[in-house]
Design a binder for this molecule. Sequence first.
Ligand SMILES: Nc1ncnc2c1ncn2[C@@H]1O[C@H](COP(=O)(O)OP(=O)(O)OP(=O)(O)O)[C@@H](O)[C@H]1O
Length: 309
Amino acid sequence: MSCFRLENVSYRYSKSPVLTGIDLSLEPGEILGLFGHNGAGKTTSIKLILGLMTPQQGTVSVLGGQAGDPEVSQHIGYLPENVMFYPQLTGREILTHFARLKGAPLSQVPTLLEQVGLGDAMAARVKTYSKGMRQRLGLAQALLGKPKLLMLDEPTVGLDPVATADLYRLLRRLRDEGTGIVLCSHVLPGVEPYIDRAAILTEGMLKAAGNLSALRRQASMPVTLTVAPANGDGHLASVAEAAGLSASTSVMENGSLRIEVPADSKMAMIRRLLATGEVRDLGVVEPTLEDIYVHFIGSGGLAHRGGAL
Ligand SMILES: Nc1ncnc2c1ncn2[C@@H]1O[C@H](COP(=O)(O)OP(=O)(O)OP(=O)(O)O)[C@@H](O)[C@H]1O
């Protein structure tokens, strides 16, 4: 049973379409990164999965049922982009309130607060919390009831580096226990090591979806090799020559040779370079999630929001 399945989903708030023909699914035990420029349609997609709105076209099934069905919703955890809580209540009172609403065991409240690092602050009023502490409380709220589907919109905003690492460790554990997780984030280098698949939305359309290797292949992005010469910088040209490289495929930079090769020629090129006997060190740099994102989104930047660079 999929955590969710969007089939040919289109949605419009008023006149112009916000999502067009989206096909996307998430399986249990998987972390999906949902990426896109401001206004691409990420939050709208999440709202459709939560059942807060119904698409004008296509179907949305969630955990084998219908989006918005209370039986389904109780198994979903959601952290919105901007968490707001009643400031006069304590962290513990707030989480207890949400646990009652969700029908989650009240015994989870102190355990979750400890888990997100609010153990010492659970009796303090939320108005005394820092931004990061409010974000942690939001996470605890999303984790109530041990959801089968967890959707987190910019979960690391306001978290310090240690809390961010703790969060990702926690998400991995939940994933390994079978939870399906959707992560929306603009901090691509931060999420890259933790996602199993990425989905890239632009202007309401799904540009690409798959694991990073598949997306790199789909984008036909080159791999960069960096070569340090065995016999000093003066020998860089001879390494390039011996490996049969042209000036257009290699550049000399800071005492090493930088070569861009198509991914499927990488191993052949490495063998050629090693055969020269002139190589002291060799580095391989794959395109990052950010490179892949820019490839699929294009470099329009603000243009996607109707602005200009
Ligand atoms: N309630 C609404 N009424 C009308 N238009 C809306 C509404 N909510 C969002 N939109 C529009 O729908 C489009 C998609 O918005 P959405 O919030 O899904 O984008 P997003 O990808 O989550 O953006 P961001 O990264 O900025 O959070 C935008 O053009 C936005 O202006």
